[in-house]
Design a protein around this ligand. Structure first.
Ligand SMILES: Nc1ncnc2c1ncn2[C@@H]1O[C@H](COP(=O)(O)OP(=O)(O)OP(=O)(O)O)[C@@H](O)[C@H]1O
Ligand SMILES: Cc1ncsc1CCO
Ligand SMILES: [Mg+2]
Length: 263
């Protein structure tokens, strides 16, 4: 277990390039900044190359793309591939037909090192029956470990299927993270933050993307759990503020102490 990847993010301060959605962009920028990375969210196709050349990780979030932005999104993906920059896809609400067409087309042309989505999103990419609900995971009875593995094999990448349990698979290795708090679900954008944090962990773990994904999930979920233990009531607004504060302050020792009993 490489908890020290957290310290590496803080000492290396990697620039993480993001195509974010306009709903949660500020939480994503602050989530990355709080943990010790350096976020950047450019939008002009003309500067994609120079921005990626200073970046060590990239995340593409499909939450609110406009159709005229698709050439930019493809260009960023291709440049990240050419420059060997770890690339994360967040396929928000991909069970919806138009998004499914757009995202599967992207996946046919660009290699994503990671796909991070909830059960409804990853099941849609696996072609497995599931009742997704917009940006939310929805309901279904599929074996989620198998769903994650199927998508990992199909797209030759590391998949994080997040939720009460996070299922992580690279098609060969599989693991779960069982930490977290239901408070993540009452703040819109928890998953978007996680997707970009995966890019930050990958930036400092280029030889082991599976471990990068596992540590991103474990450290994010456990930090949320520590914060939730200190909140008296279910307060979505207070939770995100406390989460951003704790992502900045949390130590590998605190994480290790929180997980010893179970992991
Ligand atoms: N009920 C829960 N208990 C514990 N942790 C949870 C729970 N639900 C979600 N999480 C955690 O919340 C984080 C975000 O995952 P989630 O699956 O909710 O993303 P999402 O659906 O894409 O969210 P959003 O669309 O709001 O960005 C992950 O770290 C996950 O482990
Ligand atoms: C609410 C919402 N709509 C599109 S993206 C988004 C944020 C969660 O990804
Ligand atoms: Mg999401």
């Amino acid at each position: 277990m490489q908890l020290e990847l957290l310290d590496r993010i803080r000492s290396e301060n990697p620039v993480i390039f993001n195509i974010s959605n306009y709903i949660t962009v500020q939480d994503v920028a602050n989530g990355l900044n709080s943990i010790g990375a350096s976020p950047i969210m450019p939008s002009a196709i003309e500067e994609a190359s120079e921005m990626l050349q200073i970046s060590s990780g990239a995340a593409i979030n499909m939450g609110s793309f406009r159709s005229n932005e698709l050439p930019y999104i493809e260009k960023v993906g291709q440049l990240a591939n050419d420059l060997n920059i770890p690339l994360v896809l967040d396929p928000v609400a991909v069970a919806m037909p138009y998004r499914q067409k757009v995202v599967t087309n992207l996946l046919d042309h660009i290699h994503f090192d990671f796909i991070r989505g909830n059960a409804g999103e990853i099941a849609a990419l696996a072609g497995i029956k599931w009742q997704a609900k917009g940006i939310d995971a929805g309901d279904g009875s599929a074996d989620l470990a198998e769903v994650a593995k199927k998508v990992a094999k199909r797209y030759n990448c590391t998949v994080v299927l997040s939720g009460p349990t996070d299922y992580i698979s690279d098609g060969t290795h599989d693991t779960t993270v069982t930490h977290g708090t239901p408070l993540f679900q009452i703040h819109v954008g928890s998953g978007d933050i996680l997707s970009s944090l995966i890019a930050a962990f990958a930036a400092v773990s280029k030889d082991n993307y599976f471990e990068a994904a596992r540590m991103a999930c474990l450290i994010f979920a456990t930090t949320g759990e520590i914060v939730a233990n200190e909140l008296v009531d279910e307060k979505p607004g207070s939770f995100i503020v406390a989460l951003l504060d704790k992502l900045h302050l949390v130590t590998t020792k605190e994480i290790a102490d929180q997980i010893t009993m179970e992991d």
